[in-house]
Design a protein around this ligand. Structure first.
Ligand SMILES: [Fe+2]
Length: 511
């Protein structure tokens, strides 16, 4: 068969001839092959000339000599590197990568080429890729392609293959869950800029994580600062999409990425060019989406979010409007962290009151290049800035700090109805910390004063021994405990009450 490497193909010309009084027009695809690369190699033939075999046989030429006809396998042939062959020139400038559209039966694939080619993508639940097929044409002015794979099954692993000229790239992903699913696993980290070799080592652990636990192959959230200078194309090429960092590229083609803006994204033009989330509107880089039981809110700290601003008003409507039990904010500059960049005062004064009012459980940030956890009035503030940027030394004396660690790492969130289990994993596989966050059970007193009546609790479930309980102020009915009940933590706000009669016991494990 023919060589596939060191090979160029071009349409030589079209011409016509008569056969059986029928005018036929055909085009010969000329393949130029370096002589040294001929021996023992495998030739893919992309174009089906169709004229010698009306049933659709393939024809290949070596020079002007027809060397193969009618016995090609159907479908496309995947390229294969053989010993001694010279690699072909790169076709992909940015290999296929994924973003999540917010629709749990879709996935968006993107890629960028060095030149103009028509491409195709095919996908399926195995490597026969027989669920769907799309041809793509470049958009914009920089040889970019995108394809939205739709009508997918929920929580299902799909394989895909992108074919671009003589190159082929493969990947796989797991689709989002149904809206009613209560358990999801999510991966999250930030500040991947500057040292892609370290980012690559974090990516290796992320791949290992979803290899060990396939539910972890869901979505990947980034808290900003993807590259050192987001205004430079070369930084995107050399730091985030450089093919030499193979684990990083494998991660990008297997996990859909959702990122907030960091200060290093600069004007955001190239950030939006490579991550054109359908959530954007009019260059507005704050947005939200649901994933299983979680409402994620992406804050843009480089657009004003002062009280009364459009972003603030939008945030209030997001928090007050969602019915999801878990509310998680993603932003770049943390309100409570462990130094170098000081705590962000606006997060403290503007966002924290909203978190308290509307029950946001976690705020994930980056900006400081280490891991830090601070807790302020039931809100966990996580700094996960160890994605690849030069590490800083955290100062555990900062207010409300619970844990710090100077290392490259990422966070794994295993979320169920009541519990979020957070595991923080270093790039060497060691665990920095892991803990369960029990979502607070909030008393509403909607029906009566009975502690054991599920209708009196916000999510319709009576607390149990590992539940953290809040009895809010300002209600007209407060719980009456007349037998034995349990909880983990108990917060009784000023003006609120729990009434325990002579036969009642309220066991609080930790307070
Ligand atoms: Fe930053």
């Amino acid at each position: 068969m023919l060589s596939n490497f060191n090979m160029r193909s071009r349409l030589r010309k079209g011409f016509a001839f008569f056969a059986d009084s029928i005018l036929q027009l055909f085009i010969v695809l000329t393949i130029v092959i370096a002589p040294a690369a001929l021996s023992g190699q495998i030739a893919p033939v992309h174009e089906n000339t169709g004229w010698t075999n009306q049933a659709g046989g393939d024809v290949a030429y070596l020079g002007e000599t027809k060397v193969l006809r009618g016995n090609m396998l159907s479908g496309r042939t995947v390229y294969q590197m053989l010993p001694g062959s010279v690699p072909p020139p790169a076709v992909f400038r940015k290999a296929p990568y994924l973003i999540y559209s917010g629709v749990n039966t879709e996935m968006i694939a993107l890629w960028q080429l060095f030149n103009t080619y028509t491409c195709s993508i095919e996908w399926g639940t195995d490597t026969s890729y027989n669920s769907g097929y799309l041809q793509t044409a470049e958009y914009g002015t920089d040889h970019q392609h995108t394809a939205t794979l739709s009508n997918l099954l929920n929580s299902t692993k799909y394989y895909y293959r992108v074919i671009a000229d003589i190159d082929t790239a493969t990947g796989h992903f797991r689709t989002g869950p149904t809206d009613s699913v209560t358990d999801v696993t999510i991966l999250l980290y930030g500040d991947t800029r500057t040292y892609p070799v370290d980012h690559d080592s974090v990516a290796a652990q992320i791949i290992q994580t979803y290899t060990n636990d396939t539910t972890a192959q869901s979505i990947l959230l980034l808290s900003g600062d993807l590259v050192a200078n987001g205004n430079n194309e070369s930084d995107w090429d050399n730091q985030f999409f450089d093919p030499q960092y193979q684990r990083l590229q494998q991660m990008l083609r297997t996990l859909p990425l959702l990122a907030c803006m960091g200060n290093h994204e600069g004007a955001g033009t190239l950030f939006a060019k490579y991550f054109p989330y359908p959530f954007y509107s009019a260059d507005r880089y704050y947005w939200s989406f649901d994933y299983g039981p979680v409402h994620f809110i992406i804050i843009d700290q480089y657009t004003t979010y002062t009280v009364g601003s459009p972003q603030y008003q939008w945030l209030v409507s997001e928090l007050s409007g969602t019915t999801k039990k878990w509310k998680i904010l993603i932003l770049h500059e943390p309100g409570w962290s462990a130094g170098v960049h000081g705590n962000n005062a606006q997060v403290q004064s503007v966002l924290q009151p909203l978190c308290e009012q509307y029950g946001v459980q976690f705020v994930f940030a980056g900006h400081n290049h280490y891991y830090a956890r601070a807790v302020t009035k039931r809100v966990e503030h996580i700094t996960t800035g160890g994605g690849g940027a030069p590490l800083y030394t955290p100062d555990s004396n900062y207010p409300n700090i619970i844990k710090v660690d100077k290392s490259y790492h990422f966070c794994k969130l295993e979320i169920s109805t009541d519990t979020l289990h957070l595991t923080v994993i270093k790039n060497n596989g060691d665990v920095i910390e892991q803990f369960d966050y029990y979502r607070f059970y909030t008393w509403t007193g909607a029906v009566d004063s009975l502690w054991r009546n599920p209708a009196n609790w916000e999510m319709g479930v009576v607390p149990y021994s590992k539940s953290d309980v809040v009895i809010p102020a300002g209600l007209s009915i407060y719980p009456q405990v007349s037998d034995s009940v349990w909880c983990n933590k108990l917060l009784i706000e000023d003006g609120a009450a729990v009434n325990i009669d002579s036969t009642g016991y309220l066991f609080v494990a930790e307070n």
